[in-house]
Design a protein around this ligand. Structure first.
Ligand SMILES: [Zn+2]
Length: 433
């Protein structure tokens, strides 16, 4: 009995020195990032001043090569994956696998090289503003995030911690306008997610440093094609001629609205409808021509819409309900509902909330306050959505904060750069322990 308190004491002192040592390590990581801030800011400005609109392949690749050199210098195995087969520039993948700690958590860091600002846009370079703010195309979405993840890994390397880490960095060249087919353009991110246990995204989230993204709704488009029996309008609703394509489309859409509108966090929207005797595509898939007469029962109706769901289960359930509605045709009509491949949802799992709690704890320990989850309704689909279902937990919105993303008023709050570099580095460090 006498030995037990001694053992406890020994254990206690062991753990307290361990904790103190941990805190020392974390303090050194933070100090290193303060010292590195100027260098990271210079790199960020350099990256933003290179136009990398999604379809400017040379610019996207130039941004990719600049970052590739940085990862090469850190000792990562880097690879440029050419995007010709999905009509985009390509992706950068950088991998570091630990020899000494092969079983340490495998962490996927997600960024993108492209921006929404085309080569001929008049918003091309940075402008330094008052109050530690910098305007620039893609500075928060998301070259700032790309610099944050790199800086975090540089700091961990300086502390000799990188050798314990299993890290894969994927920076896509087509996040703002995905190459098609998605099965090819998203292959790199899905492969990396299959390898990984944890996915961290460095988008700017809802541009609030006190929030992060635990869930993103997916986005899928659908097409409804309805056929009716053309006949004189005086014979509508008869056993012989039925109700026509336009009434059948109206029935289906109204049933969608009545049966699905109360599903929490599910939204769906018909955005285009064309109906009559004949519907023909004109130009791109958003333009249709219609011919019809008031005294003829409609033969064709086409409806195009989108649906956003918060989890794969919710999406599948909604699809099944919609198909049931579509199958209950009025007389002498038929309808086909097709769903196109789209962005899958990133579900708000308990594991994602645990990861958020860990991140929040890091933020609090650094003195930056707690972090809460962004409302999924305000979080659109992103590359991490393709990773989420292949990893144990995922979290996005760890990037550089600011305002005006995707507009000429995109401005970074540079005070968030050092903070989020430290939060990311210490989160990765704790996840690897
Ligand atoms: Zn983005």
């Amino acid at each position: 009995m006498l030995h037990r308190p001694c053992l406890l004491l020994v254990l206690f002192s062991f753990f307290s020195t361990f904790v103190i040592a941990d805190q020392d390590v974390e303090r050194q990581i933070a100090q290193h990032l303060d010292a590195q801030l100027d260098e990271s800011t210079v790199l960020l400005k350099q990256l933003v001043n290179i136009n990398s609109g999604t379809m400017n392949f040379a610019g996207v690749k130039q941004v990719g090569m600049l970052l590739k050199h940085q990862y090469d210098a850190l000792g990562f195995t880097t690879q440029w994956l050419d995007g010709a087969e999905f009509d985009r520039a390509g992706h950068l993948v950088a991998t570091h696998e630990s020899i000494s700690h092969p079983n340490a958590a495998k962490i996927l860091l997600i960024g993108h090289l492209d921006t929404v600002f085309a080569k001929d846009d008049d918003f091309q370079t940075i402008t330094e503003l008052a109050n530690n703010r910098i305007a620039g195309p893609g500075i928060t979405d998301m070259k700032g995030g790309d610099v944050i993840m790199l800086a975090a890994l540089q700091a961990l390397q300086k502390q000799g911690l990188l050798q314990q880490l299993n890290i894969k960095v994927v920076m896509t060249g087509d996040e703002e306008s995905s190459g098609r087919p998605l099965s090819l353009s998203k292959q790199a991110i899905i492969d990396a997610a299959i390898w990984a246990d944890i996915a961290l995204g460095f988008e700017d989230g809802d541009s609030n440093i006190a929030t992060a993204v635990t869930s993103r709704r997916g986005s899928v488009n659908w097409t409804l094609t309805v056929k009716g029996k053309p006949a004189h309008s005086s014979q509508i609703f008869t056993d012989e001629n039925g109700d026509g394509a336009i009434f059948e489309a109206a029935r289906i859409l109204n049933e969608f609205r009545v049966q699905l509108r109360h599903e929490k966090l599910l939204t769906f929207n018909p955005g285009l409808i064309a109906g009559g005797t004949r519907v023909t595509q004109q130009g791109d898939k958003s333009n249709y021509g219609v011919f019809g007469k008031t005294n003829v029962i409609a033969k064709d109706t086409l409806v195009k819409g989108g649906i956003r769901a918060v989890s794969p289960e919710q999406l599948e359930q909604a699809k099944a309900m919609m198909q049931t509605i579509v199958s209950q045709n009025l007389r002498h009509t038929s309808a086909i509902l097709e769903f196109q491949p789209g962005y899958p949802p990133m579900a708000q799992t308990p594991a994602n909330l645990n990861l958020l709690a860990l991140y929040s704890r890091v933020s609090e320990d650094l003195g930056y306050g707690i972090i809460t989850a962004v409302d999924p309704r305000n979080a659109g689909a992103a590359d991490i959505s393709f990773a989420a279902s292949h990893v144990d937990m995922s979290l996005d919105g760890l990037g550089l904060m600011g305002s005006g993303g995707h507009t000429k008023d995109e401005v970074a709050d540079m005070s968030s750069l050092a903070k989020n570099m430290k939060k990311a580095a210490i989160l990765i460090y704790r996840l690897s322990q």
